[in-house]
Design a protein around this ligand. Structure first.
Ligand SMILES: [Zn+2]
Ligand SMILES: [Zn+2]
Length: 134
């Protein structure tokens, strides 16, 4: 799910379908197997960045991904992402209001929201870092 958010809003250069046509890009972006360098990083999906003793991220809260975001996204996550983008335009996937939507969907929406926030924060930090260098 978080990979889908990075695909939609993140700054990872890896973008399908550009990788469909270039073996070199597929290798560099990790479309088929692990890439030689990190492709993007996301909030740790196991602890959501909240567990200092998390085994997956060693307490850093960050999960570095060596794979093309598209390769990590199932059709389900893609559907939820589309529903989220529609909901921003005021169109909800199910009948009724926001609170009438399924709990699973609202959970997924809140994951999307928090990951978007993390992306915005890291962009802000890198802008600030650049501003300091100048
Ligand atoms: Zn790809
Ligand atoms: Zn973790």
């Amino acid at each position: 799910m978080r990979a889908a958010v990075h695909l939609a809003y993140g700054d990872a250069p890896a973008r399908c379908p550009a990788c469909r046509t270039s073996d070199e890009l597929r290798m560099r972006w990790g479309c088929d197997s692990k890439a030689p360098a990190p492709v993007f990083s996301r909030t740790c999906p196991r602890c959501s960045g909240a567990d200092m003793e998390c085994e997956r991220c060693n307490g850093s809260g960050v999960d570095v991904v060596y794979r093309c975001p598209t390769s990590q996204i199932g059709p389900n996550a893609m559907n939820v992402m589309h529903a989220y983008q529609w909901s921003e335009k005021g169109v909800l996937p199910g009948p009724g209001g926001w609170t009438d939507q399924s709990a699973i969907l609202l959970d997924a929406f809140s994951v999307i929201g928090s990951e978007r926030y993390c992306i915005a924060e890291s962009e802000r930090r890198s802008r600030e870092a650049k501003a300091k260098v100048k």
